[in-house]
Design a binder for this molecule. Structure first.
Ligand SMILES: Nc1ncnc2c1ncn2[C@@H]1O[C@H](COP(=O)(O)OP(=O)(O)OP(=O)(O)O)[C@@H](O)[C@H]1O
Length: 460
C-alpha cells in the first residue's frame, strides 16, 4: 500500500481504462486517504470521516471497471450491488446487510486461494501418497497367536516380514514412478468423497425462502453434517480430489475467516450501483418500499456500524463505498442529506467519443482485439486488425449507440462478436491461416445489420 501513491494508482488504472481522468484521480485520492487515515492516532482517526465517492455518468463508460480495477490493484475485497434490488418485491426485510455478507464471502475466497497456494505443494505430495495407498494397500501384518512361545519360529516370521516389507516398498516406488509419468491416469480407483447432503439443500433453497428474510445458509451452514460416500473415478481425477481434500485439511479455516473479516474491515470496497434510482419518492415496483426507506436502511452501513455474519461481526467504518448512477432524471441532491454527506467526493464520467472507442478497442491490456486475437491463435489462426478496420468498428459502435440505445463501450463487445462470428465458427477447420480484417471486411459483415435499425437493435 505504501507504494500505491495516487499517481501510481492512476498510472495503473490507465492500463485498463481509457479517458475518465477525473474519476481515476478521485478513486486514487480516496484510496490514499484511507491509508493515511489508518496511520492516525486512534482519537483523531475516529474524527476523520472516510471519503466515499459518488460517480455520475451514463451506462457503460467505465464506472464499475474503475472501481473493480482499483480493488484488484489494492488486493482489496470488492463487491458490486445494484441497490434497486432492495426496492423489489420479495425484499420485504430489505436485507441491506447482505452486501456486507457478500463482501465477507468474497474476502474468504480471496484468503482461501492465497492459503491454498501456500499449501499447494504439500497437498500434492500428500495426495500422491494417499493415492498410492489406495492403488497398493499396505499388506496387513500377520498376527502370530504363538508370539513369545517359539523363539525360533518368530525369527523366521520376522525375516519373512522384512522381506515382504522390502518387496512392498519396491512395488510402491515403481508405482509412484508410473503415477508421476501419468501412466496410471486412466485406471479406476475408489475414493471417499464428501456427500454434500443434497436433500437438505434442496428443501431450503426452494422458492419463498428469500421472502422470509431468513438466511438459511447462515443458520445451518455450519451445522449440516457432511457424510461420506465412495466414488469410482479415474486416477487423474482422484488425484485432484485428494489434493483438494488434503489442502482443506492443511488450511485453518478459522484463521481464514478471521483474516477475511480483517480485510473487509480494513480495505473492503463496495460498489453501490444505480444509486440514482433510489433517490426521490416511491418505488414503482413495490409501493410498500419507499426509495427513501432504502436510503435510510443503507445509511447506517455507510456511516459505520457493526454487522453480524456467521463468521463474526464486521465493523463497516473503514469500508470504502463507491456509489454510481446516471442521474438522468434525478440529481444527487435528491438523495437524503445524510447520505449525500457520506459521499463528498463527486466525479462525473464523460460519454465516450469515437476516438475513445478506437483506443478502447486496441490500447488496454485486456483490449477486445487483443482478446480475440489470442483466442483464435489457440486454433492456429492469426487475425490482424488494420487501423481502417478499427476506425470503422468505432464508427459503427458510435452510430448504433446513437440510433438505438446508448450503452457506451458495451456496444463494442456485441459488434466485435458479430464481426468475428464467421471466423470464430470456422477457425478450427481453417488450419494454419491468416485473416486480415480491414475496413471492407467490417463493412461486408456489418453494413446490412447497421442499416436495418430493427435488426441492429437485436443483434448489435
Ligand atoms: N473508459 C473505458 N475504458 C476501457 N473500457 C471501458 C471503458 N468504459 C467502459 N469500458 C468497458 O465497457 C464495459 C462496461 O463498462 P462498466 O461496467 O464500467 O460500465 P458502467 O459505467 O459501470 O455502467 P453501469 O452503470 O451500467 O454498470 C466493460 O467491459 C469495460 O471494460
Amino acid at each position: 500500500m505504501e507504494d500505491l501513491t495516487p499517481q501510481r494508482i492512476v498510472e495503473k488504472l490507465d492500463k485498463y481504462i481509457v479517458g475518465q481522468e477525473d474519476a481515476k484521480k478521485s478513486v486514487a485520492i480516496a484510496m490514499r486517504n484511507r491509508y493515511r487515515r489508518k496511520k492516525l492516532d486512534d482519537d483523531l482517526r475516529d474524527e476523520v470521516i472516510p471519503k466515499n465517492i459518488l460517480m455520475i455518468g451514463p451506462t457503460g463508460v467505465g464506472k464499475t471497471e474503475i472501481a473493480r480495477r482499483l480493488a484488484k490493484l489494492a488486493q482489496a475485497p470488492f463487491s458490486k450491488v445494484e441497490v434497486t434490488k432492495f426496492t423489489e418485491a420479495g425484499y420485504v426485510g430489505r436485507d441491506v446487510e447482505s452486501m456486507i455478507r457478500d463482501l465477507v464471502q468474497t474476502a474468504i475466497r480471496m484468503v482461501e486461494q492465497e492459503k491454498r497456494a501456500e499449501v499447494e505443494e504439500k497437498a500434492e505430495q500428500l495426495a500422491k501418497e494417499k493415492l498410492l495407498d489406495i492403488l497398493l494397500p499396505q499388506p496387513k501384518k500377520s498376527s502370530n497367536p504363538f508370539e513369545g512361545l517359539f523363539s525360533d519360529d518368530e525369527e523366521e516370521i520376522n525375516e519373512e516380514e522384512t522381506d515382504r516389507d522390502q518387496r512392498f516398498k519396491k512395488h510402491r516406488e515403481k508405482l509412484a514412478q508410473k503415477l508421476e509419468a501419468g501412466e496410471l491416469d486412466d485406471r479406476i480407483v475408489e475414493i471417499e468423497v464428501e456427500d454434500n447432503n443434497s436433500q437438505m439443500v434442496e428443501i431450503f433453497s426452494g422458492s419463498g425462502v428469500e421472502e422470509l428474510g431468513v438466511n438459511f445458509e447462515d443458520m445451518f451452514g455450519g451445522m449440516m453434517p457432511n457424510s461420506k460416500k465412495t466414488r469410482k473415478v479415474k486416477v487423474e481425477e482422484a488425484e485432484e480430489i485428494l489434493k483438494d481434500q488434503e489442502a482443506k485439511k492443511l488450511i485453518d479455516m478459522d484463521e481464514v475467516h478471521r483474516e477475511a473479516i480483517h480485510r473487509v474491515e480494513q480495505s473492503g470496497i463496495i460498489f453501490l450501483d444505480e444509486i440514482d434510482k433510489i433517490s426521490g419518492g416511491q418505488s414503482n415496483s413495490n409501493p410498500e418500499v419507499s426509495r427513501e426507506g432504502v436510503q435510510r436502511d443503507i445509511l447506517p452501513i455507510v456511516e459505520g456500524s457493526t454487522v453480524n455474519t456467521k463468521y463474526g461481526s464486521v465493523k463497516t467504518d473503514h469500508i470504502l463505498f463507491i456509489a454510481a448512477g446516471a442521474f438522468h432524471v434525478s440529481d444527487p441532491t435528491d438523495l437524503i442529506p445524510e447520505l449525500q454527506g457520506r459521499f463528498p467526493l463527486r466525479v462525473e464520467l464523460n460519454n465516450l467519443s469515437k476516438e475513445n472507442f478506437k483506443e478502447i478497442l486496441t490500447e488496454p491490456e485486456n483490449a477486445l482485439t487483443k482478446q480475440y486475437t489470442a483466442l483464435l491463435a489457440t486454433e492456429g489462426l492469426e487475425i490482424e486488425f488494420t487501423t481502417t478496420a478499427i476506425d470503422e468498428i468505432a464508427s459503427i459502435a458510435f452510430k448504433v449507440n446513437e440510433q438505438t440505445e446508448n450503452i457506451g463501450a458495451r456496444r463494442l463487445h456485441t459488434i466485435v462478436e458479430k464481426l468475428l462470428e464467421d471466423v470464430s465458427f470456422e477457425a478450427p477447420d481453417m488450419g494454419e491461416d491468416k485473416v486480415q480484417i480491414d475496413r471492407e471486411y467490417v463493412k461486408d459483415k456489418l453494413d446490412d445489420v447497421v442499416q436495418d435499425k430493427d435488426l441492429s437493435k437485436y443483434i448489435l
